[in-house]
Design a protein around this ligand. Structure first.
Ligand code: GLY
Length: 360
């Protein structure tokens, strides 16, 4: 078992990584939450038939009264009416403040269940059991929970740290290759922003079987980096913004594809390649870095470039909104393994993007 502790004052929690951990969920949660009697397990229509029974059986064996609450799989479930439905379901279940909510699923389930846990009865204990690579290396750690509004993604939410994160790498065996590669964009991001040795380690393993052979180490390294960043800047006012490497331009591509044409991982992959090229043009990023990132992503079959209109770039960087600030902070690399915030006028970024339009 690999264990990492997110040491936030008064809100410390462990991330446990072990093959087969799903069938030990009951004992692990019992150890972290000795007083809880009921456990509301939020999952989705895709994950429930795969892992719902394993988790419920384990919880029952540890004396929990557990019930599954399944939402339709997909981003559309992160909405206010689904949240309100969960609140009502939790009350019907008789949940109290000493009981707990668990999220069994990917990022959508984690964000939705986490926000429901943060708000029901002004907050009940919460456990993350992430079942996608993206959720394991990113969204289940660090306490960001949210739902989407008509105006945009993740606009209503909270910082609400879990009491425990249970990561079973075996669940990635049933994860379809495109979803696995989505998570790999974020995995490669950690190498880019924090750890050059990890970047090289990943580039030497350009396939799912090779990556799965070392998956505990990969999950551990990503969560260790995220843990360090979150411990220094839980509320996202400084260092945590380096986790957004590739995300500003990635957001433009997601927006351009109406959030359906490109997955988050594809958009971030293209966003990282674009940010590396912009960084090189701005004299911040060494000239060989864009090619190295493209090669790492390309070897996995991930996209290395997407295009969108100048209007869509402008919308993504907030230039279309009256009163929005004049500057934007992009996350750039001054080498593989180290990220630096770089602030420039939005109008200048747009001019740069225009001159790059055919090569990004
Ligand atoms: N996913 C970025 C963060 O947790 O800050």
């Amino acid at each position: 078992m690999k264990t990492l502790t997110v040491a936030l004052p008064g809100r410390e929690y462990d991330i446990l990584i072990q093959r087969g951990l799903l069938s030990q969920a009951g004992e692990r949660i019992r150890a972290a939450l000795p007083r809880a009697r009921k456990l509301a397990v939020v999952t989705d229509s895709h994950v429930e038939p795969l892992y719902g029974k394993t988790v419920l059986d384990s919880l029952a064996a540890s004396g929990f009264e557990a019930r599954l609450f399944s939402v339709p799989a997909g981003e559309a479930s992160k909405n206010p009416s689904q949240l309100a439905q969960l609140w009502e379901d939790f009350m019907d279940f008789g949940l109290t403040r000493t009981d707990a909510v668990a999220a069994l699923g990917g990022g959508v389930v984690g964000d939705l269940a986490g926000f429901a846990a943060a708000t029901i009865l002004r907050g009940v204990p919460f456990v993350q059991i992430p079942t996608t690579l993206l959720a394991q290396v990113d969204s289940s750690v660090g306490g960001k929970v949210a739902i989407d509004l008509k105006a945009g993604k993740n606009l209503a939410g909270a910082f609400y740290q879990p009491k425990l994160v249970l990561m079973d790498p075996e669940v990635l065996n049933t994860l379809a290759l495109p979803q696995f590669m989505d998570g790999m964009s974020e995995v490669i991001k950690y190498g880019c922003i924090w750890d050059a040795g990890f970047f090289d380690f990943l580039t030497a393993r350009p396939s799912k079987p090779e990556l799965m052979a070392d998956i505990e180490r990969i999950l551990y390294t990503c969560c260790d980096i995220k843990r360090q960043v979150v411990m220094e800047d839980e509320l996202d006012t400084g260092l945590r913004m380096i986790l957004n490497f590739g995300h500003t331009l990635g957001h433009a591509y997601e927006l351009a594809g109406r959030y359906t044409q490109w997955s988050h991982g594809e958009a971030v992959a293209a966003g990282m390649c674009a940010a590396a090229k912009l960084g090189a043009a701005l004299g911040v990023t060494p000239g060989d870095v864009p090619g190295r990132i493209e090669a790492a992503l390309g070897a996995l079959g991930q996209v290395t470039g997407l295009s969108c209109s100048m209007e869509e770039y402008a919308a993504a960087i907030g230039l279309d909104k009256k009163g929005a600030g004049a500057d934007i902070t992009l996350i750039l690399l001054d080498k593989i393994g180290h990220a630096v915030p770089h602030t420039l006028p939005k109008a200048e970024l747009l001019r740069l993007l225009e001159s790059f339009h055919n090569v990004l």
